[in-house]
Design a protein around this ligand. Sequence first.
Ligand code: SF4
Ligand code: SF4
Length: 444
Amino acid sequence: MKLKTFRGGIHPEGHKDISKGQEVEAYLPKGDLVFPINQHIGKPARPVVAKGDPVLAGQIIAEADGFVSANIISSCSGKVKAIEERHTASGARAMCIVIENDGQYTLAPGIGKTPHRGTLSSKDILDAIKAAGIVGMGGAGFPTHVKLTSKNPESIDYVIANGSECEPYITCDDRLMQDENRGILEGLRLVLELFPNAQGVIAIEDNKPDAIKAMEAVCAGEKHISVQPVMAKYPEGGERNLISVISGRDLRFGQLPADVGCVVCNVSTLNAIYHAVHNSEPLMERYFTVSGDAVANPRTMSVRIGTSCAELIEAAGGIKPGCTVKKVLSGGPMMGIAMSSLDVPVCKNNNALTVLAEDEVELAEAQATACIRCGRCTRACPIHLIPQAMAEAAERKDYEQYEKRLYGLDCIACGSCTYVCPAKRPLMQLFKQTKASIMAAKRK
Ligand code: SF4
Ligand code: SF4
């Protein structure tokens, strides 16, 4: 059977075998835990604790400030050591609540208890998701209760569970679908309760046969939920691509998934929804991959939000003997962000650390030459942009052309164009800088 896929995209080496075979163990952090109050898109949360306060695991330490915001939950017990600015994985500074971990992980009252309720209303489900501080765990960090609140829920035809995990090296969703398939299914059922006309489709790349088997087994007999294997191709997991693959509908520039009758949720988010609604468990931990050719024992672990990235690299065996680290990325090698410090916490929407012995971007930049107008970047762009023309406009600083005629702000920074460019032009890096300049000018 021909597998479904989208137009464009690339086939980078997956490097998934080095981490996917390991059993997932829970890692309990030893040091302080750090909770940025802006682990989501929207307004930062408002701290509700002060220095010296005792806290319990599962306790809200910063409350959502407005609708588009999310609660921040302590994932350990201990006491508040500081509320201060610190660096995060993106390199930016953010206000953070630092908890001195007592190592006991004493739970706040009510956590883990099944609420005794009858049939759940949409409001019950959305309230539980909001209370649990759930945000898009595939990377977006958009507050989930906002994404799932619809003025017209009848207009949604598809709830797509994103199990693509197309970034090289990362295997946490693959493992989660094998270990927590029941939670993902139950989470998807809960989301379908919010959209009465929708069917659920769990999209998984065909390079994850064990995950496909596990999800198919747990979904057997489901009337409104199916598992859809899709071709392993980067960036399959991009919302726009997945919608096109599953529903056959194209998102036009500026449209949201709901405009074409779709809602997309990462499988980790669905599992978190299940735990929040059925077990009153807020978002305190997640599956997280530490991988890369410079790591001694690449693996996925179940980690507490707020754990230091430096601790997690040690938990994965540290750096391979004799290896020199050239680059550490928060995320994978395609869309990840190069980190300047490892003394930063894992946030709700971080899924991986990739530790590399070579910096391929640096190597490529050293060899960059002029564009030879081969058109490969345009063929590879999954969202039908013209990277060659965008690069020319960006270099001329013709932002009008870049934004209005070439739709450059719709670039999802997937790096496919950079990957295929024979002239080794750092296209994605240029597009990221250009977007930042345009957005800064707009804010002014
Ligand atoms: S980085 Fe932007 S322009 Fe390049 S392929 Fe991806 S979406 Fe297209
Ligand atoms: S792939 Fe590189 S060389 Fe080819 S058209 Fe695009 S920018 Fe130019």
